[in-house]
Design a protein around this ligand. Structure first.
Ligand SMILES: [Zn+2]
Length: 186
């Protein structure tokens, strides 16, 4: 038996990969607190709770699902700010249909016409485009305040994970406090 005179040195350093440099962790860039993008994200999360509080998939399957099983799905895409928080344009959806339609935008458009009727589709599409033309920007803080106070939103929040409850409550409070301090938008 070979005996070592000295024990093998161990360090807490990670082992160098053979294939060159160690991988750098992909860093997710978070928008700065209270920036326009940050407020939009908070407004999205609050509005999503409102949509998901409908507790059933509003697409073809129509299944009754838990708040946490549903996703908020935009008919006319989120890029169009004027319809981003439109209660008709945003549907509660099961993840399966959300994904299937995301990959089939032309079928989705046909589906929306079938679901809403041509006149209603045209109205929302016009609203979306008008927003682009006018450079419409949602008042995120107002949106957050209005939806946060809705009973449906608080109910849906209550059914969400503890982490979601904690983080969203913290961010909403930060957003609403910023108005009180006069630090609105950036
Ligand atoms: Zn569905």
């Amino acid at each position: 038996m070979i005996r070592r005179r000295q024990p093998i040195r161990r360090s807490s350093k990670s082992i160098q990969r053979r294939s060159g440099r160690p991988k750098r962790k992909a860093r997710i860039k978070r928008p700065k607190a209270l920036s326009r993008r940050w407020l939009e994200n908070v407004a999205d999360r609050v509005f999503s709770l409102f949509i998901r509080s409908r507790r059933r998939c509003e697409k073809r399957c129509g299944r009754e699902l838990e708040v946490t099983e549903l996703q908020a799905s935009h008919g006319i895409g989120r890029a169009y700010k004027a319809t981003r928080y439109d209660e008709k344009n945003v549907m509660a959806s099961c993840p399966q249909e959300h994904q299937a339609f995301t990959w089939r935008p032309y079928e989705f458009r046909d589906y929306l016409v079938e679901k809403w009727g041509q006149a209603e589709f045209d109205r929302l599409w016009a609203k979306a485009q008008e927003g682009v033309r006018l450079g419409y920007a949602p008042d995120y803080i107002d949106l957050i305040r209005r939806y946060w106070s809705r009973e449906e939103v608080q109910g849906a929040l209550f059914e969400s994970s503890e982490r979601v409850q904690k983080n969203l409550t913290r961010d909403v409070e930060k957003a609403l406090k910023s108005v009180a301090l006069g630090a609105d938008e950036s």
